[in-house]
Design a protein around this ligand. Structure first.
Ligand SMILES: C[S@@+](CC[C@H](N)C(=O)[O-])C[C@H]1O[C@@H](n2cnc3c(N)ncnc32)[C@H](O)[C@@H]1O
Length: 249
């Protein structure tokens, strides 16, 4: 998987939410949850679909992620509709990549809302920041997360959106605990992922996906999320779209 290199120091941390770019640093991390928690899969060694040498070629990434043959691109309008954002929402696009969904969400929430484009790859965040400026969108903040923490302030986010990214997390329990903390009580987590059936012979493009929908939902419930249900989104055939919530206290 791309972007596995260590982040060495704080490049500058915008103290307040809403600053254009929030950059966190890498520091010694505590080990993930003890007791064989199901979401901790840091021992996984499954190969990634896209090799590290591709990581700096943004043109290649744009061609791969924003192409009609990718259903998350061709069905993007239906996906955004299904997310159901409201003007003024604060939404986090975790693993924002080229910003495909970040930019669409920014249009949906309007000038009173905020989209936090979070990724562990600074080059993607630079690209998203440039694209936001080109599109005159002032409600996008780029957030450099850590491999095990999305580095968003506690209880600040209405909706967390994670598309085609969950299966890349090395320590899913730690990442999802940080997502849980970042959500407001009652806030939603929307996950869009390739599904795989047990024993399915997987095509190359999803050979790196290691677990199916039921296993993912169990992991998220273990962390504290409550499963709300699945939405059938027109144009999504290989990906499922599920919503979970952080229970209100
Ligand atoms: C296949 S891309 C998906 C991009 C975007 N969500 C989309 O659907 O177009 C996966 C993204 O996850 C990011 N990523 C991988 N591990 C991550 C982690 N631990 N935290 C945040 N982002 C991560 C990668 O840098 C990459 O941008």
């Amino acid at each position: 998987m791309m972007a596995r290199r260590a982040r060495s120091c704080i490049q500058g941390a915008a103290a307040a939410l809403g600053a254009l770019c929030i950059v966190a640093c890498s520091q010694p991390q505590p080990s993930a949850g003890e007791g064989g928690a199901p979401a901790n899969r840091s021992g996984d060694t499954a190969p990634a679909a896209i090799e590290p040498e591709d990581e700096i070629n943004l043109d290649l990434w744009l061609e791969r992620l924003e192409v009609g043959s990718r259903e998350l691109y061709s069905a993007r309008a239906a996906v955004v509709d299904a997310v159901g954002l409201q003007p003024g929402d604060w939404v986090a696009d975790i693993g924002s990549g080229t910003g495909l969904y970040t930019l669409l969400f920014a249009e949906e929430i309007g000038p009173t809302g905020q989209v936090f484009a979070e990724d562990i790859e600074p080059l993607f965040l630079d690209l998203v920041t440039r694209r936001a400026a080109d599109a005159d969108l002032n409600n996008i903040s780029a957030v450099l997360g850590r491999e095990d923490d999305v580095t968003l302030p506690n209880e600040s986010i209405d909706v967390v959106f994670i598309a085609d990214t969950y299966h890349y997390f090395d320590d899913r329990e730690a990442v999802m605990r940080s997502v849980f903390r970042a959500l407001k009580p009652g806030g939603s987590l929307i996950l869009v992922e390739f599904d795989i059936a047990p024993g399915e012979e997987r095509a190359d493009y999803k050979s790196h996906v290691r677990f199916g929908k039921d296993a993912v939902i169990s992991e998220l419930e273990f962390v504290g999320f409550k499963y709300e249900g699945e939405t059938q989104v027109e144009g999504l055939d290989e990906n499922y779209f599920v919503t979970l919530v952080k229970p209100a206290e």
